[in-house]
Design a protein around this ligand. Structure first.
Ligand code: PLP
Length: 409
C-alpha cells in the first residue's frame, strides 16, 4: 500500500518497543489499534461539547445530540444504508446479536422452527440463538465446512426448507479467515422466507460492504475492530425487520409513553437504545470511518490480500506448522490460524511475544470449530491496514526461534 510508513505514524502504539524489539501487532481481529485522529476527536469532544444527548434544551446537549446523530449518518453512509434510522447503536456485535436473537427470535420463533447457523460461528452468533431456542422450542442446525475450510453450500441448499426461520452466518470467520458468499446464501435463504443475519464483526472492517446488495436482513459490527473505540457497534436492519423486533432492554429514552403498568415505544432506532448511549464513542466511531474512507476500503482489502498471500507462502515454509483455513487469498481474509507441531499455542504466543510479535492464542470464542479442527486452541495472526511484510517476516523469524527452543523440525 502506498504511504504505509506515513500511515503507520498515525498509530502511536506502533512506536512501542517490547523487550527492546519493535512491536509487530498481529492481533487486529481481536481489536484494532487507534489512529491519532480518533483519539483527538474523542478528546476534543469531551473538552468542547460533551453533554448527555436527547435530553436537554441547552446548547451543549443540542450540540452533543447533533454529533451523536451525525455519527449515525456516518455509519449508515459507510455501509450504504438508505436511511440513518436503519442503524441502531449498540455496545458491539455481541449485544447486537443478542438483540436480534431475543428481540426478533424471541417473538417470531415457534417450536419446530430451525435456526441454521454455520460450524464456524463465533460464540456471539451461536450462544444467543441457543438461549432463544431453549425458550421457544426452535431447533439449531448447522451448515458444515468442506475439507478446504469453506461452507458446504450444497449441504446448505439441501437443508433449506420452509422450517428454516433464521439463517445466521459470519461475514468472515475470525479463525479461518473464510469469507462465505453472503449474497448467494441470502438469496437462497430468502427463497424459503428465512431471516438472514450477518455477523460482520470481521468483514466490515476489512472490505467495502453495501447493505443494499448484501441481501441480509440484519448486519452487525463493532467499532473497536475498525479503528474505533470499545463500547460501541452498529446493528443495521431492514426497516420492516426492525419494526418486527421487540426492544430487549427497557429504560430511559426508548419510550413514547410510560404508565405505571405499561409503556409504548419510541420510534426506531431509539426504542433499541435504552439509557445513556455511548456518546463519545459514537464520535470516535465516526472519526474511525473517516480515517478508513480516506485510505479507501478497496485499498485496505487489497493490502490485506497482499499480506495474507505473502504470509501464507512464508508460513508454508515453516516445518511442522499447520495452517487452518482456505489455501489461497480467494474468498478469505487476513486471519491466519496455525499450530506448530504439538507446542501449545499459549506457549508459542509467549515466545513470539518475546520477539515483539503479538498474536492471539486460544479457542477464539469458537469452541465448536476447535473441536471440528481437532485442536484445543490455535495461535492466530491477523492483519490490518498498518501491518507490513516486515511484520510477517518477524513472525516467521520468531517461529523459527520457537521451533529451535521446542525442538521442532
Ligand atoms: N463475531 C466475530 C466473528 C468476532 O470475531 C467477534 C469478536 O472477536 C464478535 C462477533 C464479537 O464482537 P464484540 O466482542 O466486539 O462484541
Amino acid at each position: 500500500m502506498t504511504g504505509l510508513e506515513h500511515l503507520r505514524a498515525d498509530f502511536p502504539v506502533l512506536r512501542r518497543e517490547i523487550g527492546g524489539k519493535p512491536v509487530h501487532f498481529l492481533d487486529s481481529a481481536a481489536s484494532s489499534q487507534k489512529p491519532v485522529s480518533v483519539l483527538e476527536a474523542m478528546d476534543e469532544f469531551y473538552r468542547c461539547c460533551y453533554a448527555n444527548v436527547h435530553r436537554g434544551a441547552y446548547t451543549l446537549s443540542v450540540e452533543s445530540t447533533d454529533r451523536y446523530e451525525a455519527a449515525r449518518t456516518r455509519v449508515a453512509s459507510f455501509i450504504n444504508a438508505p436511511d440513518p434510522d436503519q442503524v441502531v447503536f449498540v455496545r458491539g456485535a455481541t449485544s447486537a446479536l443478542n438483540l436480534i436473537a431475543h428481540g426478533w427470535g424471541g417473538t417470531h420463533l415457534r417450536a419446530g422452527d430451525r435456526i441454521l447457523l454455520t460450524e464456524m460461528e463465533h460464540h456471539a452468533n451461536l450462544v444467543p440463538w441457543q438461549m432463544v431456542a431453549a425458550r421457544t422450542g426452535a431447533r439449531l442446525d448447522f451448515i458444515p465446512l468442506t475439507p478446504e475450510y469453506r461452507l458446504d453450500l450444497e449441504v446448505f441448499e439441501d437443508k433449506l426448507d420452509d422450517d428454516v426461520a433464521v439463517v445466521g452466518v459470519t461475514g468472515m470467520s475470525n479463525v479461518l479467515g473464510t469469507i462465505p458468499p453472503i449474497p448467494r446464501i441470502a438469496e437462497a435463504a430468502k427463497g424459503v422466507g428465512a431471516l438472514v443475519v450477518v455477523d460482520g464483526a470481521q468483514l466490515v472492517p476489512h472490505q467495502p460492504v453495501d447493505v443494499q446488495s448484501l441481501g441480509a436482513d440484519f448486519l452487525v459490527f463493532s467499532a473497536h475492530k475498525m479503528l474505533g473505540p470499545t463500547g460501541i457497534g452498529a446493528l443495521w436492519g431492514r426497516p420492516e425487520r426492525l419494526e418486527e423486533m421487540e426492544p430487549y432492554e427497557g429504560g430511559g429514552e426508548m419510550i413514547a409513553d410510560v404508565q405505571l403498568h405499561s409503556s409504548t415505544w419510541a420510534a426506531i432506532p431509539h426504542r433499541f437504545e435504552a439509557g445513556t448511549p455511548p456518546i463519545v464513542e459514537a464520535v470516535g466511531f465516526a472519526a474511525a470511518i473517516d480515517y478508513l474512507e480516506k485510505v479507501g476500503m478497496d485499498q485496505i482489502a487489497a493490502h490485506d490480500a497482499d499480506l495474507t498471500g505473502y504470509a501464507l507462502d512464508r508460513l508454508a515454509q515453516v516445518p511442522q506448522l499447520s495452517v487452518y483455513g482456505p489455501a489461497g487469498v480467494e474468498g478469505r481474509g487476513g486471519v491466519i490460524s496455525f499450530t506448530l507441531a504439538d507446542v501449545h499455542p499459549h506457549d508459542l504466543a509467549t515466545i513470539l511475544d518475546q520477539h515483539g510479535v503479538s498474536v492471539r492464542a486460544g479457542h477464539h470464542c469458537a469452541k465448536p470449530l476447535m473441536r471440528h479442527l481437532c485442536v484445543p486452541a490455535t495461535a492466530r495472526a491477523s492483519f490490518y491496514l498498518y501491518n507490513t511484510r516486515a511484520d510477517v517476516d518477524a513472525l516467521v523469524a520468531a517461529l523459527g526461534t520457537a521451533s529451535d527452543l521446542f525442538g521442532v523440525g
